[in-house]
Design a binder for this molecule. Structure first.
Ligand SMILES: *Cc1c(COP(=O)(O)O)cnc(C)c1O
Length: 360
């Protein structure tokens, strides 16, 4: 098999050890004669897989007892609607923090259901920094505060948790969850599409404090009502069983690696190496304010954008894949989630130096 490093922003690479276990178990899970793909979600076998995954996720993130963990479908994009549908109260306003592309998507969707108070926007600085908490204009009567701890496209990340007092804090943690310790207890609701740091696409994890499971807005479809999913333990309809199983193996892999503190240290090390290489060169550039730089998604540009295509072609030739930046911003982006080994980052840095030598 060709050995490559995959820098895709999502669906993203999965740990090699997990892929190997999945291969070994593909046709026959633990001697039961079936693939996990073929099992009833209500079978004893699958229930044991589902329960182990939840228990391991609870352990990794130290999720308190009064939170539900849901394994849903629909992606983070469905949560953009489910959050307002379920968390709004009379008065129908909600606070949103706008730090970039995904925040804006969440805001656009929420506007269908409520008065959105954009408490602060990073748009003025081109989304290159997380706006300081002191500049936020939160509506104290709003039902909740929504933020995006890591903006996957712009590459800006919070390294702190906002203190929103009694207003429940809601996080779209799609591209940062499990990359480092995360204080669940300071949030009311956390959601994440799996395809960045959890497992294959098709699964969405929601972590929800029990007091927020309540009557949704009138007309909310059953599939969008958290109460149904809580009551049915994520089996209100057929859940994404195979993705759930894969996520469970990723959780075990993380535990074996020493949990989120250990993976967080490794991730910090990888990101620091890459930023240092970018900053030390006059050839590559990352526009993000240092204190707001993402550890997961590192966008960078070349001084001469006419070289972009050649950079991407040569990089692919050197086994470094999916480095093209998002269509909305151009340039390059290296996504270095948990599964990206240090060796992948070193190979990228080595390639960047060599490309600069040829073209700088
Ligand atoms: C990828 C991503 C999304 C979109 O996720 P889907 O599962 O495709 O809906 C939303 N928010 C963030 C922060 C993301 O990284």
């Amino acid at each position: 098999m060709a050995k490559i490093f995959n820098f895709s922003a999502g669906p993203a690479m999965l740990p090699a050890e997990v892929m190997e276990s999945a291969r070994q178990e593909l046709l026959d899970w633990h001697g039961c004669g079936m693939s996990v793909m073929e099992m009833s979600h209500r079978s004893e076998e699958f229930l044991s897989i589902a329960q182990a995954a939840e228990a391991d996720l609870r352990e990794l993130l130290a999720i308190p007892e009064n939170y539900h963990v849901l394994f849903l479908q629909g992606g983070a994009s469905s949560q953009f609607a489910m959050v307002p549908l379920n968390l709004l109260r009379a008065g129908r306003s909600a606070n949103y923090i706008n730090t970039g592309y995904w925040s804006k998507q969440a805001i656009t969707e929420a506007k269908r259901f409520c008065d959105v108070n954009v408490a602060v926007s990073g748009e003025d600085n081109g989304f290159t920094a997380i706006p300081a908490f002191g500049t936020w204009k939160l509506d104290p009567g709003a039902a909740y505060v929504h933020y995006t701890p890591n903006e996957t496209i712009g590459g800006v990340e919070f390294d702190w948790v906002p203190d929103t007092g009694d207003a429940p804090l809601v996080a779209d943690a799609s591209s940062t969850i499990l990359s480092r310790p995360f204080d669940v207890a300071r949030h009311g609701l956390i959601y994440a599409g799996a395809q960045k740091n959890i497992g294959p696409a098709g699964l969405t994890v929601v972590i929800l404090r029990d007091d927020l499971v309540r009557e949704p807005l009138r007309g909310t479809p059953g599939m969008f009502d958290y109460r149904n999913h809580v009551q049915a333990q994520s089996m209100y309809n057929t859940p994404p069983t195979y993705a759930w199983y894969m996520a469970g193996m990723v959780f075990k892999w993380l535990k074996q690696r020493g949990g989120l503190a250990a993976i967080g240290d490794a991730n910090r090390g990888k990101a620091e190496r890459l930023y240092a290489a970018i900053d030390a060169s006059g050839f590559y550039r990352n526009p993000v304010d240092r204190a707001s730089r993402s550890r997961m998604n590192i966008p960078f540009t070349l001084v001469d954008p006419r070289l972009d295509d050649e950079f991407l072609r040569d990089a692919a030739g050197a086994g470094l894949h999916a480095l093209k930046g998002h269509r909305s911003v151009g340039g390059m982006r290296a996504s270095i989630y948990n599964a990206m080994p240090q060796a992948g980052v070193e190979a990228l840095i080595e390639f960047m130096r060599e490309f600069e030598r040829r073209h700088g």
